[in-house]
Design a protein around this ligand. Structure first.
Ligand SMILES: *[C@@H]1O[C@H](CO)[C@@H](O)[C@H](O)[C@H]1NC(C)=O
Ligand SMILES: *[C@@H]1O[C@H](CO)[C@@H](O)[C@H](O)[C@H]1NC(C)=O
Length: 364
């Protein structure tokens, strides 16, 4: 009896301790970018780029589609877990108001790119400049709640994630043969142009108060099931898209180094998602996958053609597939990527990983 009372009190103290330390530790989190990180903004838009029907979300805690391009959790969800906060709401969600605003917001929109003309076929999506305008609007709303000083602290102290660039190749330069952009630029010059435009976006984020920004590169664009189905003969990764990714990613790191030295601080942190994904694409079995070529949900070769819908092939165990649909990693793969973001060496995370960031920032 006495023992169980002691245990009960001990349990309560532990629970309260965990609660208060979580409340202290949770920093705001903001997400910008494309379908790899969209938590459901496109559900509220007239666009074909959406993931709001079965079987999307089949392994999400609610077992329902949310707008995430995953069978379950996506990259921002795993990061939210790691920083001890609840999953972010999409900025367009009517539920995002009052105190919930203080947790942060997700501004990402499937289909967008660095350039305004990327993803035009998806019609009504939130392009990068608009995501940044919404971030300003968000700050005005939070200012009305807690005042300008605390809003500035919240934004400066926040963690930010931006994932964009893949669509500028897949849904622009390589969308059709002889695309407008490919007639305008050869690939190396197009990559330089993208990097110049991306730099402006990152500097704008800095102007808007972001002080810790994880910037992911593109994944191995040529190895996704969609490209294996459309551009590959024997299941090898598509060379043109692989070349695009291997030109883009190192220049992104160079650009980030430049901005950091310009602002005099390691504000921007490059996540080498190409390397992180390559690890499980080249050696799927080491990560518990049976395949990294065939999508769990889809149709045609590699399940790589068309969209993932209720009529598609669907694998019974999503955890043994690296790709959920023709373009997007499975929940399991997203977790592996975030583990590297958290603890990866400088080859994966430059100049430091998220555990180091959290240790540094908690001392301020
Ligand atoms: C994108 O479009 C917006 C609104 O029309 C414009 O303000 C912005 O400069 C454009 N960005 C680029 C890179 O062209
Ligand atoms: C990354 O995280 C690991 C484990 O937390 C740590 O030991 C390592 O030193 C970190 N590396 C960098 C470059 O921050």
């Amino acid at each position: 009896m006495a023992n169980s009372l002691v245990l009960l009190i001990f349990g309560l103290v532990m629970a309260l301790g965990r609660f208060s330390s979580q409340a202290e530790a949770a920093r705001a989190f903001f997400v910008f970018g494309d379908s790899l990180v969209d938590n459901g903004n496109n559900n509220y838009l007239a666009t074909t780029a959406r993931a709001d029907s079965y079987p999307y979300g089949i392994d999400y805690p609610t077992r329902r589609p949310t707008g995430r391009f995953s069978n379950g959790l996506n990259i921002p969800d795993f990061i939210s877990q790691r920083i001890g906060s609840e999953p972010l709401l999409p900025y367009l969600s009517p539920q995002l108001n009052g105190q919930r605003l203080l947790v942060g917001a997700n501004f990402a929109s499937a289909g967008i790119g660095i350039l305004n003309d990327t993803g035009i076929q998806f019609i009504n999506i939130i392009r990068m400049f608009r995501q940044l305008e919404y971030f300003q609007e968000y700050q005005r709303r939070v200012t009305a709640l807690i005042g300008a000083q605390r809003t500035k602290q919240l934004v400066n102290g926040a963690l930010v994630l931006i994932t964009v660039g893949g669509n500028d190749f897949v849904n622009n330069y390589y969308l059709v043969p002889f695309s407008a952009r490919s007639r305008q630029y050869n690939l190396p010059d197009y990559v330089k142009f993208l990097i110049t435009e991306y730099r402006k976006i990152l500097l704008r984020l800095y102007d808007l108060g972001a002080r810790r920004v994880l910037v992911t590169g593109t994944g191995p664009l040529g190895c996704v099931p969609a490209e294996l189905a459309m551009r590959s003969r024997n299941g090898e990764c598509a060379a043109d898209l692989q070349q695009a990714a291997s030109l883009f990613n190192p220049q992104l790191v160079q650009m980030i180094r430049g901005i950091n030295s310009q602002v005099g601080s390691d504000v921007f942190v490059a996540a080498n998602t190409q390397l992180m994904s390559n690890d499980f694409i080249s050696n799927p079995r080491a990560f518990g996958f049976v395949t990294s070529k065939i999508a769990c949900c889809g149709q045609g070769p590699y399940n790589g053609l068309g969209l993932c819908t209720a009529a598609s092939n669907l694998c019974p165990n999503r955890d043994v597939y690296a790709f959920w649909d023709p373009f997007h990693p499975s929940e399991k793969a997203n977790g592996i990527i975030v583990q590297q973001i958290l603890t990866g060496t400088t080859e994966y995370m430059y100049p430091m990983n998220l555990s180091t960031i959290m240790a540094l920032d908690s001392r301020i």
